[in-house]
Design a protein around this ligand. Structure first.
Ligand code: PEP
Ligand code: MG
Length: 541
């Protein structure tokens, strides 16, 4: 048995076979195939899918950056449609009986060196494009997350690092747990793991070897440890721990339907955070008072190269509203940017993405995309108790501009005679020090507030929440942060408005009493943290 120690991200015990996620094209292996015809079909299908993706990318880019700049995607399509490219891949598969991935890699290399396709000279000066095309087809071939999750037995996922756009697609019924070499406990991937309640340990370093692929492992999300090929004693111990956890979860069930009230009668609302349609069910099971934060950007991140349509978004928001009945549903408009990259909304390369094009800044730049989302939210507002929240606010002008676009969306719907709630509440996230300092002014303009402590911590401390090296300095309970929370609460209450906390700090049970003392109105946490928080509140004097 091998024991590795990393950082705990999401509690729970998972036991299963380890499966390494292959994202990197450099990992292509040379494999003999028996059924060459099947292999050719695999290649042709993947190639066709890549062509379709590139066509869509071309259309989006042409609209946003003009035909000339979009031409690169056309050029990439030409590579895939070049008969010599196709024939060369096919002949390696047939003649050498090798897998499609390996054949593509070899042909791409020949293209770059000019060994093939000399006449049309497509590849000259376009080495990056050839590599890009090859890795696109390889990615498609490497069985998408969804395929893998549909076909395989439940497994424990291993990766160097897992991006948020990948983490959001994890199907809890198939991915029993995940472990990574790198990453931080404050990243969005970690947030997603907690939201979905998937036991996970990250930052295991190079000790997490590829050789462990296929081996049985235990993930101990309580201790931040993993056990590879566990011995009988460890397996038994962990099973007992798992059972104890099940018992504890069951004992919390008795708190369902009970109030979030302290012994002395102080009340606070407890809501849940979600990131996708699949999470709605866990909110209902958690008995939360509503959805305090719907991270809508994940709808964009899981939609590939195409923007989610108004109808697509409407259906998800409507489902959330209907499922929650009279309970509130706070939909945060897309907070893309930083590590939350979506293929459908490229903001370009940035030196410092977490301080770059993010949240409301993107929405105000891409007005039509923003209006589409607002229309979808407004349309869904008649099916329940929906409100809108804007992320990453730093100035009053941003709120003013966002409201102008919201009004435009309302006017359009009115003209179309489409019903919506004209009085829909509008709130903002307080997650930048600038927003803290102007929270008094903001409180005169908007209906409610939610503190995003994850970002507020990184911007207050000036430390990237993604940088694993900063772990020991990253103090989420820093007194500066707690003072800020107190200031915000005062400013907001002076205007008679409500304040919630939806960042991870809301689930820090050592701070629950402090939050109640300073009058925080609501805490919004991952669905599986709701009842433990209720228990804590009810124990406070
Ligand atoms: C936060 O910053 O605390 C927050 C809730 O937003 P996110 O974690 O999605 O950035
Ligand atoms: Mg945030």
């Amino acid at each position: 048995m091998i024991t590795l120690t990393g950082k705990k991200v999401s509690e729970g015990i998972a036991v299963g076979k380890l499966s390494f996620y292959k994202r990197d094209a450099r990992e292509v292996r040379r494999i003999y195939v028996k059924d060459v015809e099947k292999e050719i079909q695999r290649f042709l299908k993947a190639r066709q899918k890549a062509v379709t993706e590139l066509k869509m990318l071309y259309d989006t880019a042409a609209k946003e950056v003009g035909d000339a700049n979009a031409a690169i995607f056309e050029m990439q399509q030409m590579i895939l449609e070049d008969q010599e490219f196709v024939d060369s891949v096919n002949s390696i598969i047939v003649e050498e009986k090798l897998n499609a991935e390996y054949a593509i890699q070899m042909v791409a290399e020949k293209y770059i060196t000019g060994e093939i396709s000399k006449e049309i000279n497509l590849a000259q000066g376009h080495e990056i494009d050839v590599k890009d095309v090859a890795s696109r087809v390889l990615r498609i071939l490497s069985r998408s997350w969804k395929d893998k999750m549909l076909m395989d037995e439940p497994f424990i996922l291993a990766a160097g690092e897992l991006y948020p756009s990948e983490a959001v697609q994890l199907d809890k019924s198939k991915v029993l747990g995940f472990v990574t070499r790198y990453g931080t406990i404050n990243s969005h991937t970690a947030v997603l793991a907690r939201t979905k309640g998937i036991p996970s340990v990250i930052g295991l370093g190079e000790a997490l070897k590829k050789d462990y692929d296929g081996k049985t492992i235990i993930v101990d999300g309580y201790e931040g440890k993993i056990y590879i090929e566990p011995d009988y004693t460890t397996l038994t111990k962990m099973k007992q721990k798992q059972d104890a956890n099940v018992t504890q979860v069951k004992s919390l069930e008795r708190l369902k339907g009970k109030e979030n009230v302290t012994q002395s009668g102080q009340k606070i609302d407890v809501c849940a955070n979600i990131g996708s349609r699949e999470d709605i069910e866990s909110v209902i099971r958690s008995d939360a008072g509503g959805i305090g934060l719907f991270r809508s950007e994940f709808l964009y991140m899981e939609n590939g190269v195409k923007l989610p349509t108004e109808e697509q978004q409407f259906q998800v928001y409507k489902l959330a509203a209907e499922s929650m009945g009279i309970k509130k549903v706070v939909i945060r408009t897309a907070d893309l940017g930083g590590e939350k990259r979506a293929d459908c909304l490229d903001v370009g390369k940035e030196m410092n993405p977490s301080m770059g094009m993010r949240g409301i800044r993107i929405s105000l730049e891409k007005e039509e995309v923003f209006k589409t989302q607002l229309r979808a939210i407004l349309r869904a507002s008649v099916y329940g108790n929906i409100s809108i929240m804007f992320p990453m606010i730093t100035a009053m002008e941003e709120v003013t501009k966002a409201r102008i676009i919201l009004e435009a969306a309302k006017r359009e719907l009115k003209a179309e005679k489409t019903p919506f709630d004209p009085e829909i509440a509008v709130g903002v996230m307080i997650e930048t020090p600038a927003a803290v300092m102007i929270s008094g002014e903001l409180a005169r303009e908007v209906d409610f507030f939610s503190i995003g402590t994850n970002d507020l911590t990184q911007f207050t401390l000036g430390m990237d929440r993604q940088n694993a090296k900063l772990g020991k300095y990253y103090n989420t309970r820093h007194s500066a942060l707690l003072k800020m929370i107190r200031i915000i609460a005062n400013n907001v209450h002076l205007e008679g408005k409500k304040i919630s906390i939806c960042g991870d700090l809301a689930a820090d049970l050592d701070l629950t009493e402090f939050f109640i003392q300073i009058g925080i109105d609501e805490l919004s946490v991952a669905p599986n943290q709701v009842l433990a928080l209720r228990k804590k509140i009810r124990e406070i004097q």
